[in-house]
Design a protein around this ligand. Structure first.
Ligand code: NAP
Length: 326
């Protein structure tokens, strides 16, 4: 039996695939958009080279991964009947990470996020009816909380249908959570809501440049278009990946939803550092001021075990930006 993972060729999905390959023994059923197995392997290697060398990749991909050449927006992912049946019968749990993050295209968000998630839910439904699923993990986003300002948003009250959404991406992701909840009531489900995912806490390499470019532009401005008290919640991809993988593999996760964000504990730190080193524009209107709680369970357990603070994502960002002159 295997874990069905979508989005393994993407930024966060590569952390999930690498984390599962390295830290666990399960086989993986990977949905990859490609015309041939060769192309799919090349695409996977492109995303996983951030995490392992080629020999290790070949070993994992050769022995523990079954690649399904498919697209979320096609019925039954565009697989032929036997392949789809094989997928149903061999899937023991699912991590749905793939999405369109194109905030400007309602069409793409509708197609990939809504139609795509519905296809993944249908696979889960069929696998559950066939042999019972261990878990459905859904990668969502804190953006489902909708338009807010100066509020602490907690896991169980984040979705409020009376609120407006930031964009089609946030709106469709909110509805994806709703579909998972409504259509898989009898399946063990875990929802993960990361904040902005950027960089890694230990290594400078990345395969995702949008946000790096955004910060680079910000740093080149004569002043930051933020007020000193504004906050942007950023979490490193390795923290988010590790949280999703370890919680997905637990027998009984403590919570049904996890906010994977920096948390309030880190806010005063960035404030102190930032105040000392960055230039702020005090009178501009806020464009970011949201903070989110996370369940600190994972970080706290690790810190207790190692006797050190493992995760300080926001202060890391401040440090790394300053160190790199950004
Ligand atoms: N990045 C963030 O800051 C952030 C923050 C909060 C939540 N999230 C959530 O985290 C998840 C992953 O985000 P990411 O940053 O890793 O995104 P990404 O790098 O853009 O990766 C998206 C993945 O989805 C796959 N995908 C897109 N359309 C598909 C389709 N029609 N059929 C099959 N696969 C398809 C892509 O495959 P291809 O390689 O073929 O394009 C890719 O593997 C998403 O659910 C997102 O909502 C991200």
């Amino acid at each position: 039996m295997a874990i069905f993972l979508t989005g393994s060729t993407g930024y966060l999905g590569s952390y999930l695939a690498a984390g599962l390959f390295r830290g666990h023994r399960d086989s993986l059923n990977l949905l990859v958009r490609a015309k041939s197995q060769q192309e799919a392997r090349e695409r996977l290697w492109q995303s996983l080279q951030l995490h392992m060398n080629f020999a290790e990749f070949q070993e994992h991909a050769g022995s523990r991964a079954q690649i399904f050449l498919g697209d979320l927006t096609d019925q039954e992912f565009g697989l032929v009947h036997d392949e789809y049946q094989n997928l149903i019968q061999s899937t023991d749990s699912l991590i749905h990470c793939a999405a369109s993050l194109n905030r400007k295209s309602e069409k793409q968000c509708l197609n990939v996020n809504l139609r795509g998630t519905l296809e993944v839910i249908q696979l889960a439904r069929r696998a559950h009816d066939h042999h019972g699923l261990r878990r459905f993990s859904h990668v969502s986003t804190v953006a489902v909380a909708g338009t807010r300002q100066d509020e602490v948003v907690q896991e169980d009250t984040a979705i409020d249908w009376t609120r407006s959404d930031y964009d089609p991406y946030a709106r469709t992701k909110k509805f994806c959570e709703h579909m998972v909840h409504q259509l898989l009531p009898d399946v063990s489900r875990t929802i993960f809501r990361p904040a902005i995912v950027l960089g890694a806490s230990r290594r400078p390499e990345t395969t995702q440049f949008d946000m790096v470019q955004a910060f680079s532009v910000l740093a080149s401005l004569p002043f930051l278009p933020l007020r000193p008290a504004d906050r942007i919640d950023i979490v490193p991809a390795d923290y988010v990946g590790k949280a999703i993988v370890s919680i997905h593999q637990k027998d009984a996760p403590a919570y049904p939803r996890y906010h994977l964000s920096s948390g309030l504990r880190n806010l005063p730190r960035i404030d102190r550092r930032a105040r000392a080193s960055w230039r702020f524009a005090p009178d501009l209107p806020a464009f970011a001021g949201r903070t989110f709680f996370r369940n600190d369970e994972l970080a706290l357990a690790q810190e207790k075990q190692s006797g050190t603070r493992c995760f300080a994502p926001q202060s890391f960002l401040a440090v790394s930006c300053l160190e790199h002159g950004l």
